[in-house]
Design a protein around this ligand. Structure first.
Ligand code: SF4
Length: 279
């Protein structure tokens, strides 16, 4: 069985940067905390916990402690609260997410800001929470109605960094019919675009596709959805334990794509296991 690993498989720049920063801080003198998961991958979270980085759900008063802001970023209120509670802040927000803040902050002066993204995702909450005026979040064309958006005259649309081109286009096609002056600022990050390009061809070139990543990872979910729509033999797994030998009966070529927060060692373990299943 031939195994083809996508060139863009695995960590993106922003995730790698946040993990490296966290590991450096874990070696220091101060107690290190992170609000929620540093990135959306349970193996990475566990590894950092073992190094002494503590996950917290709420900001409480602290002394001599560091709070890491995750790669996905955070609302301004989180930064303010952490400073007021005594934390030294180490900001691991991906620079590409910060670019979205800058674009939206500049445009909100004379536009209604619309974010194309997942309502409950930390990155989207971070973008919304960095603005002075409340933006509108749209997940899919189904969220668009004249009743909801008909009063808007001028809008600027930014996109969560992991959005698909297809979803953005479908939403924009509907928005232009309702809002007289609406402009798209496609802020999907370059790494995401490269991954999405590859996942559009990989399922056509292979008999079966494995998408690797945590179920909480937004970019992994999108990779899975694209691949599944092209090749029904697409499986989303978190680690080698999830592999089922029956999937590989009569399969000659397997394509692998790991999400942006999946460590390489997980992919290596899966490849090793595949060699055992079908040498
Ligand atoms: S997916 Fe893109 S924007 Fe998000 S952390 Fe990775 S590089 Fe940054």
């Amino acid at each position: 069985m031939k195994i083809n690993i996508a060139k863009s498989s695995g960590f993106c720049f922003g995730v790698k940067r946040a993990i490296d920063l966290s590991k450096d801080l874990a070696d220091g003198e101060k107690a290190v905390y992170v609000l929620g998961d540093i990135v959306h991958n349970s193996f990475v979270v566990r590894e950092l916990e073992e190094k002494g980085i503590k996950k917290i759900q709420r900001i409480r008063p602290a002394k001599n402690a560091i709070l890491i802001i995750r790669a996905h970023g955070a609302p301004q209120v989180t930064f303010d609260k952490a400073s007021a509670s005594g934390y030294k802040i180490e900001d691991a927000t991906c620079p590409m997410v910060k670019d979205i803040y800058k674009i939206a902050q500049k445009l909100e002066k004379d536009h209604k800001i619309i974010i194309i993204g997942d309502n409950n995702h930390d990155e989207v909450k971070g973008i919304a929470g960095q603005l002075k005026k409340k933006p509108i979040t749209i997940e899919s064309p189904r969220d668009i109605s004249r009743e909801k958006l008909g009063h808007i005259k001028k809008a600027a649309v930014v996109t969560q960094s992991t959005q698909t081109i297809e979803n953005i286009n479908n939403i924009m096609q509907r928005l232009v019919k309702i809002i007289p002056d609406v402009e798209l600022y496609d802020t999907t990050c370059r790494t995401t675009k490269v991954k999405q390009e590859e996942i559009n061809s990989l399922p056509k070139e292979n008999d079966l596709i494995l998408i690797i990543g945590s179920k909480t990872s937004a970019n992994t979910k999108r990779l899975y959805q694209i691949s599944k729509s092209i090749n029904d033999k697409t499986h989303w797994i978190e680690c080698a334990k999830n592999l089922k030998p029956i999937w590989f009966k009569n399969i000659k070529k397997v394509g692998i794509m790991a999400g942006a927060s999946t460590p390489d060692y997980i992919t290596k373990e899966i490849v090793k296991q595949l060699r055992n299943i079908a040498p």
